[in-house]
Design a protein around this ligand. Structure first.
Ligand code: MG
Length: 374
């Protein structure tokens, strides 16, 4: 992974009050910084701290490089950037330690924007009317057109932002200001209302409510599909080619099990079914391999912050016999979705020779998927 994260956590947080700086206060049972770091799990992490906080930082047990910050935010960021020099990292996200609720989806949007820009940062357009005031009285209004509320993480290619920080005289509000002073282009990426910066004591209650809501967000969906037998010598089931005296008829590869599972994931997201995302009327999907559909569905789930809790697929047919292939099917589905094999179940049943599956006219499949937002 060539994108690293610098979490800036060296400030003393004078507006919050309390016995310890805000980034070390407890939020839902853990220090704020533990939540912030967890949002970037899997990425190389530099944690810039006040030298007095080193013991606290070590107690977090993070796989992170600890760097002492400077007297100002600029100096702290520069120290973090210098720690990444020569490590092979080419992009960096610079984030405030006091924004613990940043989502994976926002992180992905920022990294994506770096393909086209030297910098990218999240912001929300100002929607409230703006006033000027003195002494509790309104003295004028301010046009809000083109005004944004800036957030972090702010994302940059490493070499230009490091050079920009070295050249900057200091006193910048954020890293976008430093980047722009050096002539870098910075794209505005849609921010998130929930990506709040803990500033005042009431912000902790709001952050805890948001975290609680996230913990509770579990979604399930089901899928059902049928394909008829036709001439052929094999069928595709759950991504595995199974030799058989017949084939399965369909617009794509007719992988009935994978279709049911894909529909279950779309269902959990309230996103319709395969036909909505890959219309059968569109010739580009004729004969398509069904892993494209499944990968799209799980990607859509992840883009919304969900991951697969588990899934269960049942194939209904007299023949071919599924048992000898079930483990390979399980492995193939887990590979396509990027989840551990223990979260994926594939099993089969007959219908006691009753109905269309019993008469071996086709195969039916049912699937259930559980999505969890963490
Ligand atoms: Mg189908």
């Amino acid at each position: 992974m060539d994108t690293a994260v610098i979490i800036v956590a060296a400030g003393r947080g004078s507006r919050m009050g309390g016995p310890v700086p805000k980034q070390w206060q407890m939020l839902a049972g853990r220090p704020v910084l533990a939540h912030t770091a967890a949002a970037f799990a899997g990425m190389p992490l530099v944690l810039v701290i006040h030298p007095d906080d080193r013991a606290r930082a070590e107690a977090l047990g993070l796989d992170a490089r600890l760097v002492d910050g400077g007297a100002t935010r600029d100096a702290s960021v520069l120290a973090g950037l210098q720690a990444l020099e020569g490590t092979g990292v080419s992009r960096v996200l610079i984030h405030d330690g006091a924004r613990p609720l940043v989502s994976r989806a926002l992180i992905q949007r920022l990294i994506g924007a770096l393909h086209y820009h030297e910098g990218a940062a999240p912001a929300l357009a100002v929607t409230d009317a703006l006033w000027r005031g003195v002494g509790g009285l309104v003295t004028g209004t301010q046009d809000r057109e083109g005004l944004y509320r800036a957030q972090t993480p702010q994302a940059f290619r490493l070499a230009p932002i490091l050079a920009a920080h070295r050249a900057h005289p200091g006193g910048a509000a954020d890293d976008v200001e430093v980047a722009r002073a050096a002539g870098l282009d910075v794209a505005i990426v849609e921010g998130e209302e929930t990506n709040l910066k803990l500033t005042f004591p009431g912000d902790f209650a709001r952050a805890e409510a948001i975290l609680k809501g996230r913990e509770m967000d579990v979604r399930m969906g089901n899928g059902y599909d049928v394909h008829a037998f036709c001439e052929g010598d094999h069928v595709w089931l759950c991504g595995v080619r199974v030799p058989h005296g017949k084939g399965l008829l369909g617009h794509s590869d007719a992988d009935v099990g994978m279709h049911a599972l894909t529909d279950a994931i779309y269902g959990a997201l309230a996103e319709g079914d395969i036909g909505r995302h890959f219309p059968p009327s569109d010739p580009q999907w004729k004969g398509a391999a069904s892993h494209i559909f499944l990968a799209h569905a799980i990607g859509l789930a992840r883009s919304r912050g969900y991951d697969l809790g588990n899934c269960d697929v049942t194939l209904v047919c007299e023949r071919p016999k599924i048992g000898p292939h079930a483990i390979e099917m399980q492995a193939e589905l887990s590979r396509i979705m990027g989840v551990e094999v223990g979260r994926v179940s594939v099993k089969a049943t007959t219908s006691e020779r009753l109905g269309f599956t019993g008469r071996e006219e086709g195969i039916a499949a049912l699937a259930t998927a559980l999505l969890v937002r963490s």
